[in-house]
Ligand binder design. Structure first.
Ligand code: HEC
Length: 371
């Protein structure tokens, strides 16, 4: 291409960008955000969620949620702190640029309120999964008026309750050893099945692996289907995660995982330290932490016992002696649900919750108040 036509196509590109850019300053070009929302797009103000039949799939930077870099993200390179430079004084200042605390090149999927997850295309593994919300993209997309994203920290914020977080080396084992022990996996892309859910494909050496993630049979569980091109035996092993094999064939493995870690992240409700426990905080935690999915307030039986009138009631357990429902028992039930299992219910069904002391106390106050 000669210089002239390079210039011409450059100008054409600029014109095209100006014309099509949502950040264009001409008023006419800025579509009404509700029009976008009606079309099903994410906007700064409206965050429509996907659904199981119409998943929302986005390539994005993702929050790192303090995931262990050494074991979970070994193939990601990591920036280091570097000194800031001041052009006016010509000197390096004592301030530093911090590397961006996010994971690049991930694919975030939302299937509605029940499940969102982030797939990492570098490590070819599920990084984390959450319920109740999706991502707040403002940090990444910038501000509505200028499209400016510098100064927001770059990384989208997660909204909801994280119930699975990758820990340790790659959970997929082929013929007895984790694929972390082999050459780094290579992501080949994803395809959408007839059900419109994504299947991620990658290669480890000469084995080709496909993975599909769906909501599991009960809240805060995941159904994961692996298939492979080779006849190597597949196994899924991840710290603090109960794995139930649903079906295993020579070339496929279908599991349901029930993770043992809960953390709440939210961009709207700040993770403030609560000083004084209240019934109101307890009530909002009951909804935001998903207790509502398993415990009714009206006496109805669900996955777990109703909270109505439970305080002070007598409980029989599978292995332990009869107890009255008191503060200590409620706290233990939330923090370590496997310590005692109420008769007639499934052991290990309830996930443990790591909360602030005042959050446990607020839940206790709330449960006491449900008469
Ligand atoms: C996935 C379903 C599930 C979720 C979510 C869940 N629980 Fe449970 N919970 C259970 C089951 C099942 C039991 C009974 C078996 C047991 O004791 O582990 C139980 C037992 C309890 C008990 C003892 C009840 C009694 O009457 O003896 C309390 C208290 C409790 N849960 C509180 C909570 C709170 C608070 C939350 C939210 C922070 C929560 N649970 C979330 C399923 C769930």
């Amino acid at each position: 291409m000669n210089k002239k036509s390079t210039l011409a196509s450059f100008l054409a590109l600029i014109a095209l960008l100006m014309y099509s850019s949502p950040f264009c300053f001409s008023d006419q070009k800025v579509l009404n955000p509700t029009t976008y929302a009606e079309k099903g797009y994410l906007t700064y103000d409206v965050k429509p969620m996907g659904s199981k039949i119409r998943p929302l799939i986005m390539r994005t930077f993702a929050p790192s949620l303090e995931i262990n870099r050494e074991f979970v993200l070994p193939n990601h390179s990591r920036g280091t702190k570097s000194p800031k430079y001041s052009p006016s004084s010509g000197k390096e200042s004592t301030n530093f640029y911090e590397p961006i605390d996010g994971v690049p090149a991930t694919i975030a999927v939302n299937l509605g309120q029940t499940l969102s997850y982030v797939w990492d295309t570098t490590e070819c593994r599920l990084l984390y999964a959450w319920t109740d919300g999706f991502l707040d993209m403002k940090n990444y997309w910038g501000n509505r008026e200028s499209g400016r994203r510098r100064g927001f920290g770059y990384v989208p914020r997660l909204y909801g309750f994280v119930f699975y977080k990758a820990q340790g080396i790659h959970p997929l084992h082929l013929d007895g050893s984790s694929i972390s022990k082999r050459k780094a996996p290579r992501f080949k892309g994803y395809s959408l099945g007839a059900d419109r859910l994504p299947t991620f494909d990658y290669e480890v050496g000469k084995s080709r692996i496909s993975v599909k993630v769906e909501p599991g049979p009960s809240v805060q569980t995941l159904s994961i289907l692996f298939s492979t091109s080779d006849n190597e035996k597949m196994k899924f092993q991840s710290p603090n995660t109960q794995v139930q094999v649903i079906e295993e064939t020579a070339k496929s493995l279908h599991i349901v995982i029930r993770p043992n870690a809960g953390e709440r992240f939210s961009s709207e409700v700040k993770k403030e330290v609560i000083l004084k426990p209240t019934i109101e905080i307890g009530e909002s935690l009951y909804t935001s932490l998903g207790c509502i999915a398993c415990h009714s307030l009206d006496g109805g039986k669900n996955h777990g016992p109703t909270l109505k009138g439970s305080y002070g009631a007598k409980r029989e357990f599978l292995e332990s002696p009869v107890t009255l429902v008191d503060d200590a028992y409620i706290r233990e039930s939330i923090e370590k649900p496997t310590a005692k299992t109420v008769k007639g219910y499934l052991k290990g069904m309830m996930p443990p919750y790591k909360l602030q002391p005042a959050e446990y106390d607020s839940l206790i106050l709330f449960i006491k108040s449900v008469r």
